[in-house]
Design a protein around this ligand. Sequence first.
Ligand code: NAD
Length: 416
Amino acid sequence: MEENLNPFKIAQRQLDAAAEKLGLDPATHEFLRWPMKEITVTLPVRMDDGRTRIFRGFRVQYNTARGPAKGGIRWHPDETLDTVRALAAWMTWKTAVVDIPLGGGKGGVICNPKELSETEKERLARGYIRAVGQALGVTRDVPAPDVYTTPQIMAWMMDEYESLLGEHHPGVITGKPVPLGGSQGREDATARGGIYVVREAAQVLGISLEGATMAIQGFGNAGQYAALLGEEILGLRLVAASDSKGGVFNPSGIDARALVDYKQTHGVLQGFPQAEEITNEELLELDVTVLFPAALENVILKDNAGRLRCRILCELANGPTTPEADEILFDKGVFVLPDFLANAGGVTVSYFEQVQNTYNFYWELKDVHQRLDAKMTNAFHGVYEMSRREKLPMREAAYLVAVSRVAEACKLRGWV
Ligand code: NAD
């Protein structure tokens, strides 16, 4: 039978399994299967040539029992409401698993940013905020960057929101540039958090990472910093990386900094000297110690999961592995660091950014790193203990930790 790759159906299936193990009552279970609020908008945007183009956008507030909705805005040609719903659900479990006082949300616009000029991007960003702004706010819903959105786009969005209100509200959006109230350390936070949990995983598994190998699928924000920090913090050796156009491979090692510089100069990885070309599919099947999927969802499927040879799978991307593939990986003994644990560093430093905006007092980089390390290390061990106690894969254990926290908050509020 064909695998169902609808991300929201996958998110609901994962929740169903957790609800059953937790013995959730039917009302709580059904409530957690759906977003609490969804907004769909149609955005007219004036293009540079004078024409008006119409874009579709979404904002989903999945669950706000533990705090305001929190989650990035993705600009992608294949964006769908169901993808945004799934990502909003995973944000809900993510803020719960790292135990920060926020709920889960997500936004998206169907567009290809690679075809938009800077001025068109600015008009789209401002138009999106005019359309959904009333539902946003530091006490309601706080967006952030995600695939193909940047600190500059966050700056335009914050400015539009503040113009609508006529007052300063830097905490309405995170991932801002540092001069506008962004946090030190936000840029590499997702990858850094992932590196901290790989470090903890290797320690409990008794694996030495110094000189061991890593491969990275997706060489954007999360992937590039994973390469740099994997090398710097863990002593890992990068052997392969890819982006949407293809990948490069060298079994004796690729200098991470040189590859990041090459990508920044040329916009692609292909043509990087001293490495051969490799496809995205081949990269996933390399014999490496740590594999980082850091692109998009649904890349590790029942058809290729059996061929993965990594020891640790650190999911920096959201939803890279299907439930069928998960079972195969568990049987093979691949240690999976599930997405909403592995990539929670980004939202954790986004939360730190909001705290600093509220205090109007800003932390030094070393304080951000130290607090992020503490949050990620605690979250890892909470999930690991659960997985040992219940003899469950890490993803299921993470679900049990997160869903029980959200369910408890819903019950305490008297919602269910
Ligand atoms: P990004 O836009 O900076 O980079 C995405 C990268 O993926 C690009 O290099 C692109 O070329 C590559 N890519 C796109 N399609 C691909 C394909 N089919 N095969 C291989 N590579 C492909 O995005 P990002 O912020 O690094 O996000 C990557 C993943 O990490 C997403 O799943 C995102 O939801 C997740 N994530 C990001 C953050 C964050 O703070 N940036 C936080 C949590 C999770």
